[in-house]
Write a protein that binds this ligand. Structure first.
Ligand code: ADP
Ligand code: MG
Length: 320
């Protein structure tokens, strides 16, 4: 490794290493040494953010640093796992110290919030791209999965849908609504909520590609069907204001297929509804019942008039 590369790592990445007793060896050696605490399974997930695909050229370092970690944390939230460690493979076209500082600021402030230690990575020259692997801990057999939904379970979603998709659309037209832009640039992973759903939810997923696609994964994995009431979809005030005058269908597409929501969609059996009620009372984020699981297969979207809405597009697909 060159002196320049070494100095870069020392200067920027070392400070993102939060103190955790289970990190026997962090950044600086050929590999990190991590101690999985007794009585825990390791939950691992990796995501790449590429310029021109996941974010636009000229992205603020702070936003990309935040989002690289947030999308990984969102996966752990959907598993009900507690975040622990991250590794980061960063590809940079050139070294911009101020931008890198901001990137590490964004990453480490979210890491600090969730007790995540950056324990290693790789820094190379190339098109701007960030790949982050997140490691979480979960008691054996307690992780939330996609495959446990059963007919009669109720379908819920945290937060609001469509904000990020709308922000992206407006931004492409040169319009910026700060409350929506924040949802796109700095998603808030639902770690606390996912963890609390252990033992209550039968299935869970984080909504990254859009509700129809992601709830669809739960239905397929569980071998069941689902029904969503479009009138029940939760929208933010900023979203409602910005879509005034649009046709219902245009609003539903944003809410169910635009993606980048990073909310949790989960299913709860009738016997656990009271337990859910009790835990959500303490949450900052709203939880909304949007439908139910039925026997069969496929997802039906019900219009407010009771008719069926057939979406033209299911969600974001890189290779479609
Ligand atoms: P090696 O050549 O032995 O693989 P590297 O030069 O890739 O070592 O990295 C040196 C040390 O710096 C390693 O501990 C590695 O994990 C860490 N590191 C490199 N890049 C990053 C990064 N972007 N974020 C965090 N740690 C990094
Ligand atoms: Mg290496």
């Amino acid at each position: 490794m060159s002196r320049g590369e070494f100095a870069l790592i020392e200067r920027h990445f070392r400070r993102a290493t939060a103190g955790r007793d289970d990190v026997a060896l962090g950044i600086g050696d050929d590999a990190a040494i991590l101690r999985v605490p007794a009585g825990h399974d390791l939950a691992v997930s990796i995501d790449t953010l590429n310029e021109g695909v996941h974010f636009a050229a000229g992205v603020a370092g702070r936003d990309l640093g935040h989002k690289a970690l947030a999308v990984g944390l969102s996966d752990l939230a959907a598993m009900g796992a507690d975040p622990a460690w991250a590794t980061l493979a960063l590809s940079l076209p050139s070294v911009d110290e101020a931008w890198l500082d901001a990137f590490v600021d964004g990453l480490s402030s979210l890491a600090g919030e969730h007790g995540v230690a950056l324990v290693g990575g790789d820094t190379t020259r190339g098109p701007l791209s960030a790949t982050l692997q997140i490691h979480g801990l979960v008691p054996p057999g307690r992780a939330l999965r996609r495959g446990g939904a059963r007919p009669g379970d109720q379908v819920f979603v945290t937060g609001t849908l469509g904000d990020a998709g709308l922000a992206l659309e407006l931004r492409r037209e040169g319009r910026e609504v700060p409350a929506l832009g924040r949802r796109l640039d700095r998603p808030d992973p639902r770690i606390r909520e996912g963890r609390a759903l252990r033992g209550i939810a039968t299935a869970a997923i984080d909504v990254s590609d859009g509700l129809v696609a992601d709830l669809g994964h739960i239905l397929t994995a569980s071998g069941v069907g689902g029904r969503i009431e479009l009138a029940a979809l939760p929208f933010s005030e900023a979203f409602r204001e910005a879509v005034v005058g649009r046709a219902d269908e245009a609003v539903w597409v944003l809410a169910t297929a635009a993606g980048d929501d990073y909310e949790l969609c989960f299913t709860v059996p009738p016997a656990q509804l009271e337990a859910l009620d009790a835990i959500v009372r303490g949450w900052d984020v709203p939880v909304t019942r949007i439908g139910e699981i039925v026997a069969g297969c496929g997802l039906q979207l019900l219009r407010p008039d009771g008719g069926v809405y057939r979406p033209g597009r299911a969600g974001y697909d890189h290779f479609a």
